[in-house]
Write a protein that binds this ligand. Sequence first.
Ligand code: AGP
Length: 609
Amino acid sequence: MCGIVGYIGRREAAPIILESLRKLEYRGYDSAGIAVLNGEGVAVHRCLGKLNNLEKLLSAKPLAGSRGIGHTRWATHGKPSEINAHPHQAGSVVVVHNGIIENYLELKEYLLGKGARFESETDTEIVAHLVDDKVRQGADFLTAVQKSLKEIQGSYALVFMNLNDPERLIVAKNSTPIVLGSGNGETLIASDIPALLDHTRKVTFLEDGEIAEVKAGGFRVMDGNGKAISRPIKEITWDAVAAQKGGYRHFMLKEIHEQPRTITDTFRGRISLKEGAVALEGVPLTVAQMRRVKKIHLVACGTAWHAALVGKFMLEEIARIPAEVDYGSEFRYRSPLVDRDSLLLLISQSGETADTLAAVETARKKKAKVISICNVVDSTIARKSDGVFYTHAGPEISVASTKAFTSQLTAMYLLAIGLGRLNGRLPKTEAKTLLEDTMHLPTWVEDALKLDTEIESLARDVCHAADFLYLGRGINYPIALEGALKLKEISYIHAEGYPAGEMKHGPIALIDEKVPVVVLLPRDRNFQKTLSNLKEVESRGGKILAITNRRDETIDRIAFRTLVVPEASHFLTPIVLTIPLQLLAYYVAIERGTDVDQPRNLAKSVTVE
Ligand code: AGP
């Protein structure tokens, strides 16, 4: 999630933009930049690292002018660097962008064919050239943007300036938030409300497909064809901290509710339904190399380890590749049977977890290739891997991982399909079906999130328990583990996850009316067996919370509460079942008054052994 700020008005733009970007720092970023129209053209500062570096550049060489745009970059395409930092310029057009341009490669080919020269690795720079190309052909600035947007596929919040048209900024929105702030003789533009609150509380949110022509005295909103749209100006009453959470009480709840978008961003631009193919950009494995792989060793920690457990099912059932899973902290001290015919797959949100990183050394010694699934571009694990398949979940602020986890599962699913196609063991027809299922995933997750209020109420019934048991089977057993971990780490209640079939081998001794038992039982091949486990729990007085995907009177008769999530495809059901477990952990923690975003004893990234 990048940070965008634009300003047009009667005051100096640079200091306003810099301070407004600081209000977006919570989103995380790796580089920054600012461009100001100064009457003779445009002056630009860009830097790697934090806004203090940009401030130093501005102190050394101030940028004068009352029209400007600024940006804090969270890298997706192209590593963090000054050259990849925004704003990007082509001819008279300067632009900042948040989002992912899916068809940037074909647009780049087209523009190269027209003689364009690119300096960065970003998808954003292509947009600047696309608009400038039309301006050079005589198109009005706004028209050039409108025409260019029709050629772009993907998610974007874009703010354009034109050196030769300094009285307006053009803003465009699709799938990525952007908000306008109405001031006194000035208008501001930002990715999120916190950047506006020092200057105005009058805000207007653009909707997908809308364009705004923004001037000092105001703005007009239109659709892609220029048809005027009326958008109400809202008054924001939040304080700055609440605004950073998008109005949610905690970052964790905000990030739970971001998941339809972050899952979409993770698969966006990587799927060809027609070809039944997955673009494994960043994973440089050839067909020959993939066909030689005898086993994949997945290595991760904590929540990422749960993603790895689900990944094993996906790799073995979709790509038909043997897979085994290790904790990073265990893998580094055993003598795994890894050799040149092995492939290591590391999963890490931060890309900095020491125990996971240590697996790289083992791989190098044993001549095995390493690929990783990371959420932070150019993180240590990403840099040390032979290839990286990034999740695009954006910065995850809350220590308890939620959106990164479901993005890891999404990435794992795509990787399994891609590797299965690469090694020839996944037929194209099967791959097409699996990829078509992906298109439904954001809606399934959106519908599961509608359980929020019901779970908030349910949490009050169980928040005083001292112990919880979570049960699941098959590909959903790791989700039981994840649900237990979520509860443990933010509510401090002891919780254990078990394979449902394992309960009778010991944990059943824990069952009594004081122990809530959360049971995952979607309508799959394990349903009947898990239902019989439910009856075992009920006959011992256990308090059952059943999570299923089809209403069932037998379940209703046995369980004290039943939650019903959307029925999803087999491999994507783990993601959908995760949602109520995240919400349950969150609302129980709220009832217990713990520090949800920064739980005691925990760190967001464990960079030590
Ligand atoms: C997740 O809720 C935990 N905070 C923790 O288990 C985390 O998943 C683990 O430390 C691994 O972190 P990574 O994904 O950044 O490697």
